[in-house]
Ligand binder design. Sequence first.
Ligand SMILES: Nc1nc2c(c(=O)[nH]1)N[C@H]1C(S)=C(S)[C@@H](COP(=O)(O)OP(=O)(O)OC[C@H]3O[C@@H](n4cnc5c(N)ncnc54)[C@H](O)[C@@H]3O)O[C@H]1N2
Ligand code: MOO
Length: 401
Amino acid sequence: MKQPFQYSDPDAAITALAERLSVAGETERVANPIGRILAEPIVADRDSPAADVSAMDGYAIRMSDLRSDSAVPVSGISQAGSPPPVMIDGQVVRIFTGAIIPAGCEAVVKREDTEELDSSIRFLPAAIESTVEGSHIRRRGENAPVGSGVMEIGTEVTPAVVAALANFGCTNPVCFRRVKVAVLTTGDEVVDPATEKLEPWQLRNSNRSAVQAMLDLVSLADVEIVDHVRDDRDSMQRSLCSAITDCDVVVLTGGVSMGDYDYVPETIEQLGADIVFHGLPIRPGKPILGAATKDGKLVVGLPGNPVSATINCHRFVLPLLRRIAGKHAWRDTPSLVTLTQPPQKAIPLHTMLLAQATATGSAELVPAKGSGDLVALGRSDGYVAVPPMTTTTGPWPMFRW
Ligand SMILES: Nc1nc2c(c(=O)[nH]1)N[C@H]1C(S)=C(S)[C@@H](COP(=O)(O)OP(=O)(O)OC[C@H]3O[C@@H](n4cnc5c(N)ncnc54)[C@H](O)[C@@H]3O)O[C@H]1N2
Ligand code: MOO
């Protein structure tokens, strides 16, 4: 670990590492694109809306018929799903939301602004006062004219995007391929979570579960390799070498600090990757390591302590993964929260404190004994990032799991 730190804050370190990474190139057509990143711009295949349509249930009128002294006959119906009727001079057409505006119609009057008689209507004062030319008419192409850009390359496909794509007939867009990830945990003391009988010097592998679960949630990654590496140089070299060869991203946990068996940093360098930072002014996670291979693959060495590994996987790996996956807006956009009580100690590090959301814009710190406290981790909704030497309640950014 280098002191002084190469970067003064986590965002600067993330940016420096991001600049060294290769962004997704390969693409594929995807039938269920939710959570994926568009690799082609989506263009309107027709005007949206495709014709002038009514925004209300009511009556299609000519402005010259808008009078309060006598009833106006209703001569036809325009309903969604059918072509419109011809509009006869001096008569109105009953129209429904989404139905096509008949030729000659200049405005739509809401049904509740009329008195409906047997085969005619009277306009109520509200209609006379508020109706102007174009009232309640959605114009052809006002959302997007045919041929215009609807969605850009690099957009993440959310349910809202799926709706927009469906509207333009795009059900299987071209997306960037998923990012291949290797998850390597380390440590002779670490055993499989299913192990029932453990010695006091053993502990269950919670980092593997945390990292894998986090990657499963983002839909951008395929975890191709999950490996546990013993604390010896050869095993580390073998595992890391095949992980770097087969995957775009390698996430390691443990073995990055100053211990005699912390082989991660030297092995990363031996395999030809450049260490962009090793050690940052953050807590938890001071020994974190970020590296990039010559061909732009990402290698992150997360500190082994479970709270540190989990928080820093979220803080560092996820945004960089989104970047590699081709997402345009890859950085986190945490919302601001005010803490219900101030942090207890001012320390000269960027601190990430486990927290529970209590209400919109407010969060409570989860009491934690340190970065091995998995109970506190499990009770948290995320973490709040507090700048160095700060004991005020914020508002500070809250990152949610
Ligand atoms: N001399 C120094 N010692 C340490 C420093 C330092 O700056 N100077 N930093 C401390 C900090 S902060 C952390 S965090 C740890 C990180 O150390 P490592 O990344 O080398 O992690 P390990 O030593 O391998 O493990 C730490 C801790 O976490 C447990 N662990 C490891 N892997 C797992 C896993 N997969 N699941 C659950 N728990 C795991 C491990 O048993 C240890 O208890 O270094 C400090 N030391
Ligand atoms: O990353 Mo460490 O968790 O600050 O103990």
